[in-house]
Design a protein around this ligand. Structure first.
Ligand code: SAJ
Length: 457
């Protein structure tokens, strides 16, 4: 059998060879990067019966996964255990095992440098490991969000430099991840998957692969179209959130409740999509991805003003919120300096534990730099650290405090930065002297019975 597999792997057209392995659920699938994208993906393939290998540079994650523990909120540990019990799933830091894989999917981070330029180091590192261990007959797919042209300009030449020819020896495609952390309705299997190959064979086989685990696969004509699609989606969000934030400032200036306005606009059954104001945008996608597009556009002499403007507005929201707090305290004849401020919710969005780029960090930093003592309560986040990007507290952690009556009533102001569901807002409304609500966490009924003065974004 091994010989016939060897023979098969070294003679058939790569496209036919990999498709057959996929149809037999014999294709060994490797996923590089076991984070919020890679872990759900490899679990889906493993539960469908494919032999799978997860590749991670972080051995702590590998050990946790090998003992059946998931570090990702959307992946139950029971699913990881099921994969292990299936006997064909493993996780490793040994990238030499990439040579055993028929399919390799890259799910590594694509952050920004301090200069807001793309940081391609993770993609280059993954591509380098693949190149080192490449053999004939592999399909490589990039899922990390990146600028249009990455797959064919960066990865394809890497593999060709190693002496492998596209379509003859390897296939290469791009397929954007669309994971929405904490979204109970949409998980990997029911989120439509866009796929684009750097060649027709590549697109065809990559699309065939994903159709094993995703209900709806949308094949486009090239990897660039798929790369651009992802950036269009996320730039669309960043710009519309920026508009919602600017509209909130306009409404505040006119004494109009912006949340009521958006709710009313959302009754329009066509031609409108509701976005809501907030203390800024967090996560590792929406604040960053549009810069991959504008960076690439600038290389072609095009300056994207929408992306720049949205970034200015969104990144300016923490400052706007800290000014709301300052003015609200002032109305209570208190200065920010010397006040005790309680932040409710520090994660970058509700009901998840992710702190990446969370605007709450900037709100805390701004208030502390004006002399306030700031503490927080967030049921999902046990501790928060501030790196050198913040004015105060480089490396010193803040710890989650229990939401006691004493904590609330002893605060001069409570600032709701994230509207987690499981927080006792009735108690906050009863005991807090002053509340700044940046997420419309307190509905009309609560606001009417509250003892606190409530300021809304
Ligand atoms: N936000 C607002 N107002 C809004 C919507 C969001 O202030 O109306 C804020 C959120 O609080 C958060 C940030 O923007 O801080 C990003 O929120 P998000 O809902 O876009 O969530 P992400 O970044 O976790 O995930 C998004 C995906 N979410 C949705 O489509 C709802 C999706 O855009 C991508 O699949 C994913 O980024 C990604 O990985 O690219």
């Amino acid at each position: 059998h091994q010989f016939s597999v060897f023979l098969f792997r070294n003679t058939k057209m790569v496209k036919e060879q990999i498709k057959k392995l996929i149809d037999e659920k014999g294709a060994q699938i490797g996923v590089i990067g076991l984070g919020y994208v890679g872990l759900p993906l490899i679990v889906e393939f493993s539960l469908k019966g494919f032999p799978t290998t997860g590749f991670e540079v972080d051995n702590k994650k590998v050990q946790a996964i090998k003992s059946g523990i998931s570090h990702i909120v959307d992946v139950p540990s029971s699913d990881v255990q099921k994969c292990i019990d299936g006997g064909k799933f493993t996780a490793t830091t040994d990238f030499a095992k990439l040579g055993e894989c028929d399919v390799i999917i890259i799910c590594v981070p694509t952050p920004l440098r301090k200069t807001k330029d793309p940081d391609m180091s993770f993609i280059l590192a993954a591509g380098g490991e693949i190149k080192k261990h490449m053999r004939r007959g592999q399909l490589v797919i990039l899922e990390s969000t990146t600028y249009p042209g990455t797959t064919d300009e960066v990865l394809q030449p890497m593999f060709e430099d190693a002496g492998f020819a596209l379509d003859k020896d390897f296939l290469l495609a791009f397929s954007p991840e669309r994971v929405d952390p904490g979204n109970p309705q949409f998980q990997t299997h029911n989120i439509p998957k866009v796929v684009g190959g750097v060649s027709a064979d590549s697109g065809e086989v990559a699309s065939h692969l994903y159709s094993q685990v995703v209900e709806n696969v949308h094949l486009v004509s090239s990897a660039r179209v798929a790369e651009a699609c992802k950036l269009w989606e996320n730039t669309f969000r960043a710009i519309n959130i920026g508009m919602a934030n600017e509209m909130a400032k306009v409404c505040n200036a006119l004494g109009i409740d912006s949340w009521e306005v958006v709710r009313a606009a959302a009754t329009k059954p066509f031609g409108f999509m509701a976005f809501y104001p907030g203390p800024g945008i967090g996560g590792h996608c929406i604040p960053l991805d549009p810069h991959y597009l504008s960076w690439k556009a600038r290389q072609h002499g095009f300056d994207s003003q929408f992306i720049t403007l949205a970034e200015q507005i969104n990144s300016g929201m923490p400052k706007y919120v800290s000014a709301l707090v300052r003015d609200a305290l002032n109305d209570n004849e208190r200065s920010v300096k010397g006040s005790k401020i309680l932040i409710l919710g520090v994660a970058y969005k509700k009901d998840i534990d992710d702190m990446r780029e969370s605007p709450a960090l900037s709100v805390i930093d701004l208030l502390r730099s004006q002399g306030a003592t700031v503490v927080y309560h967030d049921p999902f986040v046990p501790e928060v650290t501030f790196d050198h990007a913040y004015t105060i507290g480089d490396g010193e952690p803040l710890y989650n405090l229990e939401l006691t009556d004493e904590l609330i009533s002893s605060s001069d102001c409570v600032v709701i930065c994230t509207e987690h569901t499981n927080v006792d807002y009735d108690k906050v409304c009863e005991l807090a002297p002053l509340i700044v609500d940046t997420r419309n966490a307190l509905d009309k009924k609560r606001r009417e019975v509250s003892n606190a003065k409530i300021v809304r974004l």
